[in-house]
Design a protein around this ligand. Sequence first.
Ligand SMILES: [Zn+2]
Length: 475
Amino acid sequence: MNVNAVEHLASLIIVNNHQFEEIDQTYLANKVLTIVQDEARELTVPVSFSALQTAQKLATNEVQVAQLLDLYTPVPSAVNRQFWSEYQANGPSAATDYFHHLSVASDYLKVADIARNIQFTEPSVYGELELTINLSKPEKTTAEIAAAKLAPKRDYPQCLLCFQNEGYLGGAGYPERSAHRLIRLTLNNHPWAMQFSPYEYFNEHVIVIDKQHEPMRINHDTFVNLFDFVDIFPHYFLGSNAGLPIIGGSMLAHEHYQGGKHVFPLERAQAAFTFATGESEVRAAVLNWPVTTIRLESTNRNKLVDYADKILQAWLQFDDQDLGIGARDAAVWHHSINPIVRKNGQKYTLYILLRDNNTSAVYPDGIFHVHPEYQHIKQENIGLIEAMGLAILPGRLRTELTEVTNYITGKKSAVKNIHQAWAEELKQAYTAEQDPDTFVQQQIGLVFTHILENTGVFKDISPHNEHLARFINSI
Ligand SMILES: [Zn+2]
């Protein structure tokens, strides 16, 4: 059965948004009509259509869709009230479930786009790695990039992470945020907020944002913030990107963390060896993981934070010329870490990934960055998510890898220039009894393994590596 789309949406708004009641039906239909064009008044939709489907039918662009879904979504204060009352009554999972459903219904989470991503796993000497070819984030055309470069620098919202985005209209090159909502929380006595990542890279991928638009930084407070968060949401991990170029994330201008429900390959890595911390309640191990990682475990969070801070301070000062590791040149600092916290029952696990952003004549893009021979697969920074063993690969690879597959099986005589040397190598190694798609995926897994090895500051993870021992002794 089909019904009038405007009236249908008005009814759905009343059901979902408790600000409104039955007598608001006509008022809401008129509000819908002020957003869409007059002709939309005659449109019909199946009675089974969701608010998102109906809004997409009525609107002529994404800004209008978001404005319609803004009416459908309770205002920020109501969402926050509902979230925390859910939290009190039914616990943290129930609260985040509520907010996740809301974020899907308001089209903030682009579930249809996310479903297009290609995901697979590949075994490695470090355990199983995870890979995603990311098709959900719309790829910008060169024309769009050029236009964005010429556009005047905006001062409102200051950046994509600022609280100023909540309810912001958007359009003209800026994402629409009319139906965007933030969950307010307090970490270390400071105001923060939580939202889901609109193109979530993994299950319930959250971004935790500082109310202040201030640059990313890693210090003692970072540990306290991360621990406070997992105390509130013990079903989520939380970690931070490094606050430095080359080794940091893509948004260094605004302090934020990333977390969620997913359990990463890093968390399944085995200890290569353990070492004494001088604190009986804190256990430490260096993991068999390509990005050099110290894992700390304890039920005593204060002692864990104190020891983590010692590791951070030691790393900020550590030099090893033989390995290209250097803490600073004059006033420029080169060292940072990726801290990641997970809580299981009473036990906290803190992973500390050591990062260094030095460059050299041989590696002008970064000594501990993706080396040139692998940049045809990925050239962006290896941030927190990748360092934990989940590769986020560019969408262009979907077609490019098909070309490579056709090249190794002889269906095609050339591939894109950037892949030529690699494709030639694969062609030599490929035997006809193998499934070519599986073979190419295995090779991508191998490239990702090498990329993570490039990122590691100590290549030899053993208690006999005197460079690594010297660092541990400096803690
Ligand atoms: Zn900002």
